[in-house]
Design a protein around this ligand. Structure first.
Ligand code: DX5
Ligand code: ZN
Length: 222
Protein backbone atom coordinates (compact mmCIF):
# COMPACT_ATOMS: atom_id res chain seq x y z
CA UNK A 1 0.00 0.00 0.00
CA UNK A 2 1.26 3.48 -0.85
CA UNK A 3 0.85 6.21 1.73
CA UNK A 4 1.18 9.98 1.55
CA UNK A 5 2.33 11.73 4.73
CA UNK A 6 1.94 15.51 4.34
CA UNK A 7 4.53 17.31 6.49
CA UNK A 8 3.00 19.93 8.75
CA UNK A 9 6.24 21.92 8.71
CA UNK A 10 5.24 23.46 5.38
CA UNK A 11 1.69 24.36 6.48
CA UNK A 12 0.45 27.81 7.44
CA UNK A 13 0.89 27.79 11.22
CA UNK A 14 -1.80 30.43 11.58
CA UNK A 15 -4.37 27.97 10.20
CA UNK A 16 -3.14 24.55 11.24
CA UNK A 17 -6.50 22.90 11.93
CA UNK A 18 -7.94 23.90 8.53
CA UNK A 19 -4.82 22.83 6.68
CA UNK A 20 -4.85 19.42 8.37
CA UNK A 21 -8.55 18.99 7.59
CA UNK A 22 -7.91 19.86 3.93
CA UNK A 23 -5.31 17.11 3.48
CA UNK A 24 -7.40 14.60 5.43
CA UNK A 25 -10.52 15.30 3.35
CA UNK A 26 -8.43 14.99 0.18
CA UNK A 27 -7.44 11.42 1.15
CA UNK A 28 -4.11 11.60 2.98
CA UNK A 29 -3.77 8.94 5.70
CA UNK A 30 -0.74 10.08 7.71
CA UNK A 31 0.29 13.43 9.12
CA UNK A 32 4.07 13.83 9.36
CA UNK A 33 5.10 15.91 12.36
CA UNK A 34 8.70 17.17 12.45
CA UNK A 35 9.90 17.77 16.00
CA UNK A 36 13.26 19.61 16.03
CA UNK A 37 15.38 20.49 19.05
CA UNK A 38 17.94 22.99 17.70
CA UNK A 39 20.73 20.54 18.67
CA UNK A 40 20.43 17.45 16.46
CA UNK A 41 19.38 19.80 13.65
CA UNK A 42 20.00 23.56 13.47
CA UNK A 43 16.35 24.55 13.59
CA UNK A 44 13.60 24.44 16.24
CA UNK A 45 10.06 23.59 15.05
CA UNK A 46 7.26 22.59 17.44
CA UNK A 47 6.66 20.05 20.19
CA UNK A 48 4.14 18.34 22.41
CA UNK A 49 1.59 21.18 22.90
CA UNK A 50 1.08 21.53 19.14
CA UNK A 51 0.69 17.76 18.68
CA UNK A 52 -1.78 17.60 21.55
CA UNK A 53 -3.95 20.43 20.19
CA UNK A 54 -4.03 18.91 16.70
CA UNK A 55 -4.88 15.45 18.03
CA UNK A 56 -8.46 16.48 18.74
CA UNK A 57 -8.86 17.96 15.21
CA UNK A 58 -8.07 14.91 13.09
CA UNK A 59 -8.13 11.14 12.74
CA UNK A 60 -4.92 11.04 10.67
CA UNK A 61 -2.14 8.71 11.80
CA UNK A 62 0.41 10.84 13.68
CA UNK A 63 3.83 10.00 12.28
CA UNK A 64 6.26 11.86 14.56
CA UNK A 65 9.74 12.43 13.13
CA UNK A 66 11.99 13.19 16.08
CA UNK A 67 14.99 15.27 14.99
CA UNK A 68 16.12 15.39 18.60
CA UNK A 69 19.23 14.22 20.48
CA UNK A 70 18.48 11.13 22.60
CA UNK A 71 14.74 11.05 21.81
CA UNK A 72 14.28 8.21 24.33
CA UNK A 73 13.86 10.99 26.92
CA UNK A 74 10.54 12.03 25.36
CA UNK A 75 8.79 8.79 24.33
CA UNK A 76 6.10 8.94 27.03
CA UNK A 77 5.44 12.67 26.44
CA UNK A 78 5.13 12.19 22.70
CA UNK A 79 2.83 9.21 23.22
CA UNK A 80 0.66 11.26 25.59
CA UNK A 81 0.47 13.98 22.91
CA UNK A 82 -1.23 11.53 20.54
CA UNK A 83 1.55 9.90 18.47
CA UNK A 84 0.81 6.64 16.67
CA UNK A 85 4.30 6.14 15.29
CA UNK A 86 7.63 7.51 16.50
CA UNK A 87 10.63 7.78 14.21
CA UNK A 88 14.05 8.36 15.77
CA UNK A 89 17.36 9.01 14.06
CA UNK A 90 20.03 6.33 14.13
CA UNK A 91 22.58 9.14 14.55
CA UNK A 92 20.80 10.62 17.59
CA UNK A 93 20.62 7.46 19.71
CA UNK A 94 23.72 6.06 21.41
CA UNK A 95 21.67 3.02 22.49
CA UNK A 96 19.40 2.60 19.50
CA UNK A 97 18.24 -0.89 20.48
CA UNK A 98 17.06 0.41 23.85
CA UNK A 99 15.24 3.39 22.33
CA UNK A 100 13.48 1.15 19.78
CA UNK A 101 12.39 -1.20 22.62
CA UNK A 102 11.08 1.75 24.66
CA UNK A 103 8.87 2.86 21.75
CA UNK A 104 7.53 -0.68 21.23
CA UNK A 105 6.90 -1.12 24.96
CA UNK A 106 4.90 2.12 24.89
CA UNK A 107 2.63 0.39 22.37
CA UNK A 108 3.56 2.60 19.42
CA UNK A 109 4.83 1.82 15.95
CA UNK A 110 8.54 2.40 15.57
CA UNK A 111 10.74 3.72 12.77
CA UNK A 112 14.40 4.63 12.44
CA UNK A 113 15.63 7.40 10.14
CA UNK A 114 18.98 7.64 8.37
CA UNK A 115 20.62 10.90 7.36
CA UNK A 116 21.75 11.04 3.73
CA UNK A 117 25.36 10.04 4.43
CA UNK A 118 24.54 7.21 6.88
CA UNK A 119 24.80 3.78 5.23
CA UNK A 120 21.79 1.46 5.10
CA UNK A 121 23.98 -1.31 6.59
CA UNK A 122 23.78 0.42 10.01
CA UNK A 123 20.19 -0.92 10.24
CA UNK A 124 21.07 -4.55 9.51
CA UNK A 125 20.57 -5.92 13.05
CA UNK A 126 17.70 -3.70 14.18
CA UNK A 127 15.66 -4.11 10.97
CA UNK A 128 13.52 -7.07 12.18
CA UNK A 129 12.33 -4.91 15.10
CA UNK A 130 11.08 -2.01 12.97
CA UNK A 131 7.72 -1.15 11.42
CA UNK A 132 9.32 1.41 9.14
CA UNK A 133 12.69 2.85 8.12
CA UNK A 134 13.09 6.39 6.84
CA UNK A 135 15.58 7.34 4.17
CA UNK A 136 16.24 11.08 4.40
CA UNK A 137 16.63 12.54 0.93
CA UNK A 138 17.75 15.95 2.25
CA UNK A 139 19.86 16.90 5.26
CA UNK A 140 17.26 17.20 7.99
CA UNK A 141 16.30 20.51 9.54
CA UNK A 142 14.44 22.46 6.88
CA UNK A 143 11.64 22.08 4.37
CA UNK A 144 11.87 23.05 0.72
CA UNK A 145 15.31 21.56 -0.04
CA UNK A 146 16.38 19.71 -3.17
CA UNK A 147 16.11 15.93 -3.36
CA UNK A 148 19.51 14.19 -3.08
CA UNK A 149 19.54 11.65 -5.96
CA UNK A 150 21.64 8.96 -4.25
CA UNK A 151 18.75 8.45 -1.81
CA UNK A 152 17.22 6.30 -4.59
CA UNK A 153 20.15 3.85 -4.36
CA UNK A 154 19.69 3.72 -0.60
CA UNK A 155 15.99 2.85 -1.00
CA UNK A 156 16.88 0.01 -3.40
CA UNK A 157 19.55 -1.29 -1.03
CA UNK A 158 17.21 -1.12 1.97
CA UNK A 159 14.37 -2.90 0.14
CA UNK A 160 16.79 -5.68 -0.79
CA UNK A 161 17.90 -6.01 2.83
CA UNK A 162 14.28 -5.92 4.04
CA UNK A 163 13.31 -8.77 1.71
CA UNK A 164 15.53 -11.04 3.81
CA UNK A 165 15.20 -9.48 7.25
CA UNK A 166 11.71 -7.90 7.42
CA UNK A 167 9.56 -8.34 4.32
CA UNK A 168 6.67 -6.23 5.62
CA UNK A 169 8.89 -3.21 6.41
CA UNK A 170 7.52 0.15 5.32
CA UNK A 171 10.14 2.32 3.63
CA UNK A 172 9.55 6.05 3.95
CA UNK A 173 11.32 8.85 2.07
CA UNK A 174 11.47 12.43 3.35
CA UNK A 175 12.83 15.54 1.68
CA UNK A 176 12.25 17.05 -1.75
CA UNK A 177 9.58 14.49 -2.65
CA UNK A 178 7.18 15.67 -5.37
CA UNK A 179 4.46 14.17 -7.58
CA UNK A 180 7.16 14.28 -10.29
CA UNK A 181 9.77 12.08 -8.57
CA UNK A 182 7.58 9.84 -6.41
CA UNK A 183 7.19 7.22 -9.12
CA UNK A 184 10.98 6.62 -9.22
CA UNK A 185 10.90 6.15 -5.45
CA UNK A 186 8.04 3.64 -5.73
CA UNK A 187 9.99 1.69 -8.34
CA UNK A 188 13.00 1.67 -6.00
CA UNK A 189 10.90 0.07 -3.25
CA UNK A 190 9.61 2.90 -1.04
CA UNK A 191 5.93 3.02 -0.04
CA UNK A 192 5.47 5.92 2.42
CA UNK A 193 6.13 9.43 1.15
CA UNK A 194 6.58 12.60 3.14
CA UNK A 195 5.84 15.80 1.26
CA UNK A 196 5.89 19.27 2.78
CA UNK A 197 6.19 22.01 0.20
CA UNK A 198 4.82 19.78 -2.58
CA UNK A 199 1.57 19.50 -0.58
CA UNK A 200 1.15 22.80 1.25
CA UNK A 201 2.41 25.23 -1.39
CA UNK A 202 -0.63 26.19 -3.42
CA UNK A 203 -3.84 24.16 -3.23
CA UNK A 204 -3.18 21.43 -0.62
CA UNK A 205 -6.23 19.32 -1.54
CA UNK A 206 -5.36 19.36 -5.26
CA UNK A 207 -1.73 18.53 -4.49
CA UNK A 208 -2.72 15.54 -2.32
CA UNK A 209 -4.99 14.28 -5.12
CA UNK A 210 -2.13 14.55 -7.61
CA UNK A 211 0.03 12.26 -5.44
CA UNK A 212 -2.84 9.81 -4.93
CA UNK A 213 -3.40 9.68 -8.71
CA UNK A 214 0.25 8.71 -9.23
CA UNK A 215 -0.15 5.95 -6.61
CA UNK A 216 -3.32 4.67 -8.31
CA UNK A 217 -1.75 4.68 -11.77
CA UNK A 218 1.28 2.76 -10.52
CA UNK A 219 -0.84 0.24 -8.63
CA UNK A 220 -2.96 -0.35 -11.74
CA UNK A 221 0.19 -1.30 -13.67
CA UNK A 222 1.63 -3.66 -11.09
C1 DX5 B 1 13.09 18.06 6.91
C2 DX5 B 1 11.83 17.41 7.39
C3 DX5 B 1 10.82 17.19 6.35
C4 DX5 B 1 10.33 18.43 5.64
C5 DX5 B 1 10.14 18.02 4.20
O1 DX5 B 1 14.07 17.97 7.85
O2 DX5 B 1 12.12 16.15 7.99
O3 DX5 B 1 9.74 16.39 6.79
O4 DX5 B 1 9.15 18.96 6.14
O5 DX5 B 1 9.86 19.14 3.46
P1 DX5 B 1 9.88 19.13 1.87
O6 DX5 B 1 8.90 18.09 1.43
O7 DX5 B 1 9.47 20.52 1.54
O8 DX5 B 1 11.28 18.79 1.43
ZN1 ZN C 1 10.42 14.83 8.43
Amino acid sequence: MYILAPSLLAADFGHLAEQVKAVEDAGAKYLHLDVMDGAFVPSISFGMPVLKSLRSCTGLVFDVHMMVEEPGRYIQDIKDSGADLICVHQEACVHLDRTVSQIKEAGLKVAVALNPATPVSTLEYILPELDMALIMSVNPGFGGQKFIPYALDKVRCLREMAEKKNPSLDIQVDGGVTAGNVRDLMEAGANVFVAGSAVFQGDAAANVKEFLDVFRQYEALS
